[in-house]
Design a protein around this ligand. Structure first.
Ligand code: ASC
Length: 150
């Protein structure tokens, strides 16, 4: 009985600590899904960046709208890096799967940064937005450096 109970506990620990991957009909769909989310995120992030870097005039309403889309989309890609989605039309490095805890640290950091980006946009202060944009961009880059190949 004890053996069964401790086995059940061990099994549930494994299940609970495993990353939550979404279901996709085929691996290509997962790859397309995460790339699409990242692409749309980058487009909206770029619009915030254009304001943060003074390439277009600062419009707080537009900054908030775009930052909110970035924050929403930043939550999506990670569930699509499930087993078997490491091959095909992807630049994801094997480390995504061999260093899952580190990968999750990076994605968690991005999600947290994008929440701060929205808060920064809502202050209406361009310098606050610049700072938040800079740290979010640094998170994008750190993860790409570690986990995205050529
Ligand atoms: C973007 C984008 C990225 C990141 C990165 C930040 O807008 O498409 O990949 O920001 O360039 O360093």
């Amino acid at each position: 009985m004890k053996v069964i109970a401790s086995f059940a506990l061990a099994a549930s620990v494994v299940v609970c600590s495993a990353p939550a991957f979404a279901q996709f009909a085929k691996p290509e769909d997962a790859i397309k899904y995460r790339q699409s989310a990242l692409f749309v995120m980058s487009q909206n992030f770029g619009r915030v960046g254009a304001m943060a870097n003074g390439r277009v005039p600062f419009d707080a309403k537009v900054a908030i709208e775009n930052a909110e889309i970035v924050a929403d989309l930043a939550q999506l890609p990670w569930a699509a890096f499930g087993p078997g989605t490491d091959k095909g039309n992807t630049r994801a490095k094997p480390e995504v799967w061999t260093e899952q805890a580190k990968f999750k640290e990076h994605s968690d950091k991005l999600v947290a940064d994008t929440v701060k980006l929205v808060a920064a946009a809502k202050t209406g202060n361009i310098d606050t937005l610049k700072t938040a944009f800079g740290s979010t961009a640094a998170s994008c880059k750190a993860c790409h450096d570690a986990f995205r190949g050529q």
